[in-house]
Design a protein around this ligand. Structure first.
Ligand SMILES: [Zn+2]
Ligand SMILES: [Zn+2]
Length: 290
């Protein structure tokens, strides 16, 4: 399909310099002293902060798929912000827009309409999307501490980087913050760029969202993106036991500890619809093969 360009594609290069700078500094991993422990910290902080994005920014703040206390809410927002993917209110507002206009004019990051690079990273660096759309997040902006964290969203990543530097010097900071953050960025961005292009479509949603097991493993369950677009109020994005969804399993654990509650799951009608579609496909295959 030809790309349908409906956006101003300018990138704010000056403001984006730190984004490119982090990539450059990550390359220093090639020259600083190496230890496997550094790799372990990088991977550990990748998945810990991915949880902050998936369970925090996405499933809690953008979609309100479970409930928690005001303190734990703040901790989730802090953890999400430590991934250096801007503020929690900025993120949630743009994400709610994505669901409203998915793959239609008004969607900030549709790979179907505007290609891989724009949906992967371009839109994040564009002046057009720099501001927080406050009218989309009135349920969240009533919390003063979230407004503060949204404004000073660079504080958590800065604290993390500084902490690593103090604990383990330059090598630990390069691996634990810079390498880990670059991987975390591009891991997260695949949901905007690739998961509307590669994978299977269980549900006939109005967008091009897909289910993709590789992306689900990289993003702790977000790769079940067609499921998610079909029923975004569900805390689990893997709808069946074979659809691995690490964020969901951890949230169930946190529920046992009493830290989160009222986890919302898809109603039977959503799962039954899937069975009906499978049966129709099986019958269609039987006819065509016969
Ligand atoms: Zn979503
Ligand atoms: Zn999507």
């Amino acid at each position: 399909m030809d790309k349908v360009v409906d956006h101003d594609h300018r990138i704010h290069w000056a403001v984006s310099l730190p984004f490119f700078g982090v990539h450059l500094v990550a390359l220093a991993a090639l020259v600083v002293p190496f230890h496997w422990a550094y790799v372990g910290v990088a991977v550990g902080l990748y998945y810990l902060r991915m949880f902050g994005i998936t369970a925090g920014y996405h499933r809690y703040f953008a979609h309100r798929t479970f409930k928690t206390s005001r303190v734990f809410q703040f901790l989730l927002a802090w953890l999400g912000a430590s991934s250096a993917q801007k503020g929690v209110l900025w993120w949630s507002a743009h994400h709610r827009n994505h669901h409203k206009y998915s793959d239609l004019p008004g969607d900030a990051h549709s790979p179907v309409r505007e290609g891989f690079w724009w949906s992967h990273v371009g839109w994040i660096l564009a002046p057009r999307y720099e501001e927080t759309e406050w009218d989309r997040v009135t349920d969240l902006s009533k919390f003063a501490e979230l407004r503060w964290l949204n404004r000073y969203h660079l504080v958590p990543p800065f604290v993390l980087a500084l902490g690593l530097l103090l604990i383990g010097g330059w090598p630990l900071m390069i691996w634990g913050f810079f390498v880990s953050t670059v991987l975390l960025w591009h891991g997260t961005f695949t949901i905007n760029s690739l998961s509307h292009v590669f994978g299977s479509r269980r549900y006939q949603t109005t967008d091009d969202s897909r289910n993709n097991v590789v992306l689900a493993l990289l993003t702790m369950g977000e790769g079940w993106h067609n499921n998610h677009h079909h029923y975004m109020s569900s805390v689990n994005q893997g709808f069946y036991w074979w659809e691995i969804d690490m964020s969901y399993y951890i949230l169930r654990l946190l529920e046992r500890l009493g830290l989160v509650w009222d986890l919302r799951t898809p109603p039977q009608s959503v799962l039954v619809l899937r069975q009906a579609q499978d049966e129709r496909l099986a019958i269609a295959r039987w006819w065509t093969s016969g």
